[in-house]
Each structure stands twice: as C-alpha cells, then as structure tokens.
Design a binder for this molecule. Structure first.
Ligand code: SF4
Length: 343
C-alpha cells in the first residue's frame, strides 16, 4: 500500500462565522443605561414598566441591582420613580402615571417615538393607518394607543384580504420597528394590490439595527450548517434572525439565551456555525457561546461584516438634568458591554 493510500480522510474544518453588526443597538444601550443611572441617582428600588428590553439576562441583572419590573403602572407605589421601556407606551399610560403622582423617565427608543409621531400626524389628517406588526407586542400596543380609531393591525400577508378601510385614497402603512424586512415588503406588496393609492411611511419604520442584523445573517446563512442566534424568546428581532437564517440557506437555526442551552447534538456533522445576536443582547452572552464552541473545536472565528454602525442616542432629558445637577457623567457605553456577569 502506498503512503498516499494510507492518508486518513481530512477531518472537517470546524469554524465560526460571526455576524457584524450584532447585539446592542443604540436604543437598547440608552434604555439599559437609563435604568442603571436611575439606580445610581435615586437608589433602589426603581420601578420599570414592562421589561426594559426583551432580554432575560439584562432584566435579571438589573433586578439584582434593585430594579422592580411591573406589568402595569398601577403596581407602582404612589410618588415612586418609574421608567418606561424602550418599546414605548400609549398616551394613556402617561396619563395613568400622572394621576398616580409618579416620577416618570421615558426610555422609549427615539426610533419608536418617530413611528408614534407618524401615527399621530396621519391620524390628524384623517388617514386610515395600516400598522404592520405583531398583535400584543408592547411596541404595537403603544403605537396603536396613539390613534386607536385610525389604526388597523396587519399581522402579515395573509391578513391583507380581510382589511377594510373607509377611503382607499387615504391610506398609509406604518410598521413595528423589528420585523422581517422581506416579509414586511411582501405584506406591503399585497396591501398595494388592494389599495393602489396607499402611501409609504415618510422614512423606514423597520429600524437600522433590525435591518443590519438581518443583512449580516443573509450574507452568511448559505455557508452555515447551523446558525446560533443569542436572544430571548420574547425578543421580536432575535426571533426574526432565526427565521431569516433558515429562509436564506442555513441548514438549522436555534435561539438561545445562554451558551448552556446549546444542545451538543446540534453540532453533529456541523462544519460551519454562524453566530449572531439580537439587538437587546449584551456581548458577554455571545462571548459565552464562542467559548462553548471553541471548547468543541470551533476556535477559528471569521467576522462577516455587513454594515458599520455609529448611531448613538443621548439619555432621556429627565435623567440628564438630574445627572448634571449632581455633577455625574451622562456618558453611554457604545460597545455592547453590560456590567452583568454570567449567572
Ligand atoms: S431595535 Fe431599533 S427600534 Fe428597537 S430599540 Fe433598537 S434601535 Fe430602537
């Protein structure tokens, strides 16, 4: 037998494709830092209406530091401080807080506020607004609350046939910020077939962070045997990333909050693992997944860069004013880091 015949078959080259951008967006960074600064300024407890962002690790870490998450404004004791989450609230929630004498800090992402303003503007001009989004999602509840008589929810392409409007010449579509770009465009296409005069939003409602994270996943999905998306189940943009990966050629895809949720059998016969994370996910959780994979031979990591991001938002005015009065910094982190350690 020749030496060539004795050469064992080459073992698969295990490697990781790491999406960029991934993780924290400007709105999440701002919302999380808002709660941290509120805890520093006013001391615990600081009440937060709903999860400040949809990430289990962020919420449990802030809870340990003294944040109390409530579902309804009425659960906040009279006169206490309450932070409104990044997803936004309906005007009625501001009224409830006023009537309870609460000190409010509004951490609504400015890109969600932009959609609220569009809804108010089109409602003032008596348009029917077709809001594409997921029923019950906090952002949709908040936006709908700006103009309930004018807004009809459209959950996807299959909803389109059942939609009725008062005047087909006076219709506009708006959307939740964290949807699948492709599915939303299909819904819009179907809506326009029914209402050819329908207006577009003045600018994209699906935010830059959602679009960029989906773009990176689209670029790498076809090369991935498995896509691991770090994110929580109630995080709309994270769930969308798994769907986008599967639609664009990844052979399998899973959503995990932590590395220890990865089932080792997912790696059977897998050469290339794609890794990304939703817009509410601190980088420490991605590091955990990369360490887990490195421990199983996936220690070659190649970034797939779809876009550069530099957008930042300043903290809510209420917090900046109080920080300034006490001579404290109002700086943001901008790097996806989060002081919460793992477990
Ligand atoms: S995902 Fe988009 S809309 Fe939501 S908080 Fe981040 S930047 Fe704002």
């Amino acid at each position: 037998m020749s030496s060539a015949q004795m050469t064992p078959p080459a073992s698969p080259r295990k490697r990781v494709l790491l999406a960029a951008p991934r993780g924290y967006c400007a709105g999440v960074d701002r919302a999380v830092v808002t709660v941290e600064k509120a805890l520093e300024l006013y001391g615990p407890p600081v009440y937060v209406r709903k999860e400040i962002v949809h990430n289990k690790h962020v919420v449990t870490t802030l809870e340990k530091r003294g944040a109390i998450f409530v579902d309804e404004t009425q659960q906040v004791p009279e006169g206490a401080t309450v932070v409104f989450s990044a997803h936004g609230v309906a005007p009625v929630v501001h009224e409830e807080a006023r009537s309870l004498g609460l000190k409010t800090i509004d951490a609504t992402c400015p890109l969600v506020t932009k959609v609220h303003r569009e809804a108010v503007r089109f409602a003032t001009h008596d348009y029917d607004i077709l809001l594409i989004g997921h029923e019950g999602h906090e952002e949709v509840v908040g936006t709908s609350g700006e103009a309930p008589e004018h807004i009809t929810l459209v959950e996807g392409p299959d909803d389109v046939d059942h939609i009725t409007v008062r005047d087909p010449e006076k219709v506009v579509w708006l959307s939740q910020t964290t949807l699948s770009v492709d599915e939303t465009m299909e819904t819009v296409r179907r809506l326009r077939e029914r209402f050819p005069a329908m207006q577009d939003p003045p600018s994209d409602d699906i935010c830059y962070a959602t679009q960029n994270r989906q773009l990176a996943v689209k670029q790498m999905a076809k090369d991935c045997d498995l896509m691991i998306v770090v994110g929580s189940r109630n995080s709309s943009n994270s769930v969308r990333l798994v769907e986008v990966a599967l639609e664009h050629g990844a052979r399998a895809g899973h959503l995990v909050d932590y590395a220890d949720e990865i089932d080792p059998t997912w790696l059977d016969d897998v050469e290339v693992v794609g890794v990304t994370s939703g817009a509410s996910v601190p980088e420490v959780l991605v590091r955990g997944v990369l360490d887990f994979l490195a421990g199983r031979g996936y220690d070659e990591v190649t970034p797939v860069i779809a876009a550069e991001e530099s957008l930042t938002f300043s903290l809510p005015n209420e917090i900046r004013r109080d920080l300034k009065a006490r001579g404290m910094s109002d700086k943001m982190r901008h790097d996806g880091s989060f002081a919460g350690s793992l477990h």
